[in-house]
Design a protein around this ligand. Structure first.
Ligand code: IVH
Length: 724
């Protein structure tokens, strides 16, 4: 098939560029309006794309002739919600991964086997760093940038030309490039720019909160996430304000070869004015490749940007051609993943945090360090055993090295997970280092904390009488796992928990029911929230409207939100499906508590709930304070009709899904909650019972398995389109 660019006729250009610009502007404007407004296209998508690219090129060459309302300047053919789709002239593949030196040796052997080369033949490779950003394809016609597209699913990406045009390091013109040239590379954000962006976001969040805005700006998790978020802005001016960078690492379709091998071609690209990955070496054989990797490991932390591996590519383009590609990745290249980044720092203290279930979690306070571009000052220490160098099976970890306060410890972060400690440097242990003695009492309420036999966790026994547990339960109630209140988060709950009414000394919110009674109670005490610091009329109104909305709830959601230990969202759904109404459920639990064996068995057997969960439900309903909570809460709520939840049909209701790979526009949690709210079930493993897999970049083994099982795989964007 001919590519979009191949048959472009540019002859008119030389004759009279102004005339041609006028002509194309008129035609494309008409075509746009016929397509979008009248729903009656007057030219094919192919023709439209061709002429649009030609116009972009001419406008770049002769900006003085560009029309103010040029159809190229608008989001043009973009859909109302997002970006126009672009079919890549050549599929954008992904890379196979290697995780250890043996994988690299195997990679080299595989290539030799495939090509029928002798064992002692020395293959030359280009080794370079693997940037942790977003893959972008840039199309240049006669050296002029005309199109930028994301990778998307590999076949079809999104047209982000306008946004990419705002990135300073991307040349809009290249000297001496072939007629048609598609460059591939990575858009990313440097660590320092990422820090700065998040600082600025914090200020914006504070401001938006004050103004009572609902859609608050967000903090980005890491530089990659920030780069993705910044590039996919519908307003290119926002992209411009974010400091994005770009480095090229390859090419797609080119009308003339760039060199005899990769090394030459990349140098050639660089001499045209294209920024390329500088950390690049020629290597012979797997031993060179492995030493390149070891060198990168050492300098990684000092690089201004995040990398997540190194890439090796067979240098000779003739060999590359012979090796070809599998359906997902070229046989001539491989990525050797770096282990999660590790940094040494000192452990200054250990604090105990008490969560909603009463678990006492040790948190290490660190001398602040930057790990993978993200500042880290605390780490989870999991439990007493972990500090004492034992894993959950009682086996030794870290060569038996205990963690003491004052120690020099190695900290790592992998993906989005909370930082952890991987090692202790005993040679740096100070004389006055201290072993941590796990408290026998809850540090918040002072009640006894016990560590049951066979369990690694110490737990405060005060349950609903421990302030930390109560606060944790309230925060859980409003969180995304609970009723998911918009604009009422962890911090606000803490503020309302800490505030007390002057006359009675009661807290503004001390149980979930108080959330729904807040407006009424404040009014009764003559307190005007809008006059408080950080509040205003609008934000107060928004809050109370949201609380009002949340009064309507399904039984399953409520059961999850009240946070009965062990009863998660899936089991809550089973219980709700079984009992249908709160009254039936409450009656059954009360009976079970009164030793009614039939009721107890019934509860245990729901979808295989089991004794532990059933007992936890029964015990919770025996608790005095919990019963007070319930008595206050239930009258405030309106339950949705249990049948109506099931009847509502969405494109994914009843479907079983798996999310895999990196998601760029939402967190895993958000994706799951959204999918479940649309009636889908979300699983972590791919099996034959799965209907659909949503795969982001790096979804190697799960996508492969889904392919083998013939399960449909879609990209994150396709998922968003499906459910929009
Ligand atoms: S070469 C067939 N070189 O990694 C793809 N890719 O996991 C050949 N990446 O989508 C890609 N740095 O966007 C190559 N130095 C580098 C890279 C690199 C980052 C990205 C690329 C690709 C992804 C695959």
């Amino acid at each position: 098939m001919k590519s979009t660019y191949e048959s472009m006729k540019l002859t008119n250009t030389e004759n009279d560029p102004k005339e041609r610009i006028d002509e194309l502007t008129l035609k494309l404007t008409e075509a746009n309006s016929a397509y979008h407004t009248d729903d009656a296209p007057i030219m094919s998508d192919y023709e439209f794309d061709q002429q649009r690219l030609e116009l972009i090129k001419l406008e770049n060459l002769y900006p003085q002739f560009k029309h103010e309302n040029s159809p190229t300047g608008k989001v043009g053919g973009d859909t109302a919600r997002g970006f126009r789709k672009v079919k890549h002239a050549q599929v954008m593949l992904s890379l196979d991964n290697a995780f250890n030196n043996e994988d690299i040796e195997e990679f080299e052997k595989r290539i030799k086997r495939f090509l029928g080369l002798d064992d002692d033949y020395a293959i030359t490779y280009v080794a370079e760093t693997k940037l942790d950003g977003l893959a972008i394809s840039l199309t240049y016609l006669d050296g002029i940038l005309v199109q930028a597209a994301t990778r998307g699913g590999g076949d079809i990406g999104e047209d982000v030309t306008e946004n990419v045009s705002t990135i300073k390091s991307i040349p809009k013109r290249l000297e001496g490039s072939p007629e048609v040239m598609e460059i591939r590379g990575e858009v990313f954000m440097e660590k320092a720019d990422f820090e700065q962006l998040n600082q600025a976001q914090k200020v914006l969040i504070g401001k938006a909160k004050k103004e009572g805005k609902k859609n608050l700006p967000k903090l980005y998790l890491n530089p990659r996430n920030a780069a993705a978020g910044s590039l996919r802005q519908l307003d290119p001016e926002i992209t411009r304000s974010r400091n994005l960078s770009f480095l090229a690492h390859g090419w797609g379709k080119v009308s003339a070869p760039l060199g005899n091998n990769i090394w030459e071609a990349i140098n050639q690209l660089n001499s045209m004015g294209m920024p390329v990955i500088e950390d690049r070496e020629l290597c012979k054989g797997s031993s060179d490749l492995i030493s390149y990797y070891n060198n990168v490991l050492v300098k990684r932390a000092d690089l201004p940007f995040d990398i997540d591996g190194v890439v090796y590519k067979v240098n000779d383009l003739g060999l590359q051609e012979r090796l070809g590609s599998s359906s997902t990745s070229p046989r001539w290249a491989i990525a050797y993943k770096l282990p999660p980044e590790k940094v040494w720092t000192t452990l200054q203290d250990i604090e105990i945090h008490v969560g909603r279930t009463g678990a006492l979690s040790p948190v290490g306070k660190l001398k602040e360090v930057s790990v993978g571009g993200v500042k880290v000052s605390s780490v989870t220490l999991h439990n007493e055993d972990f500090i004492n160098a034992l894993d959950s099976r009682g086996e030794t970890i870290r060569d038996g090295k205990e963690i003491k306060i004052g120690d020099t410890v190695e900290v790592y972060r992998s993906g989005d997970v909370i930082p952890r400690i991987s090692d202790v440097d005993l040679t740096k242990r100070p004389e006055d280092s201290k072993s941590f003695v796990f408290p026998k009492n809850c540090p918040v309420c002072g009640n006894v904390a016990v560590r049951p036999e066979g369990d690694a966790i110490h737990r405060c026994t005060a349950e609903y009488e421990c302030e930390a547990q109560v606060l944790g339960k309230l925060q859980y109630f409003v969180s995304i796992d609970g009723l998911n209140f918009d604009g009422l988060g962890i911090k606000m709950i803490k503020q309302f928990y800490d505030r007390k009414f002057p006359d009675t000394g009661e807290r503004w919110i001390e149980s979930p029911g108080d959330i729904f009674l807040l407006e009424e109670n404040l009014k009764a005490k003559n307190i005007n929230l809008a006059e408080e610091e950080n509040w205003g009329e609008r934000s107060v109104q928004e809050l109370f409207s949201e609380i009002e909305r949340k009064k309507t709830v399904s039984l399953a959601k409520l059961l999850t939100a009240i946070g009965i230990r062990h009863l998660g969202s899936k089991n809550s759904q089973l219980v709700a499906d079984h009992y249908q109404t709160w009254e039936n459920f409450k009656l059954a639990v009360d009976k079970a508590a009164e030793e009614d064996e039939e009721a107890r068995e019934d509860l245990i057997s729901i979808g295989g709930l089991g004794e532990v969960i059933a007992n936890s439900v029964i015990d919770t309903f025996q608790n005095r304070v919990f019963n007070e909570w319930i008595a206050k809460l239930i009258p405030e709520l309106k339950f949705t009709n249990p049948q109506s939840d099931l009847a509502e049909s969405t494109p994914v209701s009843g479907k079983s899904l798996v999310f895999t790979g990196k998601l760029e526009q939402m967190t895993r949690k958000e994706a799951q909650v959204k999918a479940e709210s649309l009636g889908a079930r979300v699983y972590s493993a791919v099996s034959k019972n799965i209907d659909l897999v949503i795969a982001g970049p790096g979804s190697g083994s799960k996508s492969k398995k889904a392919n083998e099982l013939g399960i449909k795989i879609i990209s994150e964007q396709e998922w968003l389109d499906l459910i929009s």
